[in-house]
Design a protein. Structure first.
Length: 103
């Protein structure tokens, strides 16, 4: 009985440590992303590389990122994000200084 209790305590502490590590990693990713988008000289390839390595910044539900996948024509999104429920999100990124709307 004592071994079981000790193992449960060990497992609980391990899980708590892993969760704190996950939160710290997420916070660092968000801070890195904020620095990037506040840099007026950032280029789209740098953003794309960062986001492909840190999809959690886009959406917590993303399980897979597929970069630059053709959809059967000349145009293709920067990413296709696969969510936990198998739905897909098409993502097009631009540099932060680019205006969203033009004339």
């Amino acid at each position: 009985m004592r071994e079981t209790r000790d193992q449960m305590a060990h497992d609980s502490n391990k899980l708590l440590h892993e969760k704190k590590s996950d939160i710290a990693e997420y916070e660092k990713s968000v801070e890195d992303y904020e620095r990037m988008i506040n840099n007026p000289k950032i280029e789209e390839p740098e953003l794309q590389d960062f986001l492909s390595k840190n999809p959690i910044v886009i959406d917590l539900r993303i399980t897979k990122i597929i970069p630059k996948k053709s959809l059967g024509g000349e145009k293709y999104p920067d990413f296709i994000a696969v969510l936990h429920n198998k739905r897909h999100i098409l993502i097009e990124i631009e540099t932060p200084i680019k205006r969203l709307c033009t004339n």
